[in-house]
Design a protein around this ligand. Sequence first.
Ligand SMILES: [Zn+2]
Length: 446
Amino acid sequence: MTIRGWLVILLLILVGVGGTFAWLRFESEAPQIAGPESVVLGGQGGNVALELSDAGAGLRSVQVVLLHAAGELDLLSESYPGSTTQGAQAGKIPVSLEIAIEPDALPRAVTEAFLRVRVRDWSLRDSLRGNLAELKVPISIDRRPPRVAITTGLTYVRRGGSGVVRYELDEETARDGVQVGETFFPGYEMNGSRVAFYAIPTDTPDSPELRVIAEDTAGNVARARWPVVVKERVLPVANVTLPPSFLDTTVPDLAASVGIDASDPTAAFAQINTELRAANERTIREALAESAPERLWQGAFSQLANSKVTSRFAERRTYFVGGQPVSKATHFGYDLASTRAAPIGAAARGRVAFADELGIYGNCVLLDHGLGLASLYGHLSRLDVQAGDSVEAGQSLGLSGATGLAGGDHLHFAVLIGEAYVDPIEWWDEKWVRENIEARLPTPAP
Ligand SMILES: [Zn+2]
């Protein structure tokens, strides 16, 4: 072949390479922008999540601007490394962005805006500037917290005791209820009003703050107070000496059933009294997490008939073996002793949330009474109900017994509001329930 022939071939190769390069570098596929369809922001602002990608030459730049009637606000301007000859250095890795929007940076009158996102790639199109993609996300700004009008007056509530507050709201909420220290008690709709049952948990610090909290869907939070007097009280203290029969039989039996080593019964007791107790309390909270949104009960709770109180609410116990303290726990219920295998009736109307073996509580029934109120029946020898059953006040749940961590046949009875145990003595008291609960609930419109 002549030199001229070689040159022609070389030229053809160069044209081919150049053509391929140009075809690749002139790709017309625009970048992809994924983001929300619209966003509602509260006065405290929030983040908008965006995801950018480009399957062709790769991402080159992104520009995010907030457009509103009074002007615009630059939120982000970023370039990604690369070159017009080689495309993006980082290849085609998608980019995740969190764009923070602070309504305080905008004039107060602005309630509607657009988030405009512009992304370019490393293609040579558009006079070498790259393919352009644009996304516009409508943003609504709601700076106003819900209005809370509390209609409940002066309230006295005891440490370990229960209360209810009634209030009205002027908009939909994502969350409302009562905050007592660290504990939140959700509110419920009742006869066109809102009510929240709450407790003063026994371990809440002195003089806890009580607030009705209402958070709207944009995240604006209102806090409102009403006159509440928290009556402090001295909680009972007890020293409990564990008898040999308890350490020799009850503890090893319970330890074996839950896989705790009982070669040292005292150590096994301490483990049961802390770890197993904590696990059982978590199961109870899970079983009661979804309370019925309507009131299932009426009036006062009934106490086990002809029973003798052998332990009271919130008794702080220290357990002793051979004169030595071995473990501590707070007793959050009442122990009621009657005859052996006494029939145990529901303290009030409700729905069975749990009826099964439950560690220290033995065979245990949890009743949900609605609006966050629940009752617990422990150590039963027989269960007559199952989860999901509806029960009337007084209906048999089973027979008393000594299952779980119990020294003898008795009923362990407890009342809960939300996450907190409360003193059942108030709920057994017809006058207290009438004056502190029934009189404060909204009545149906005539
Ligand atoms: Zn008990």
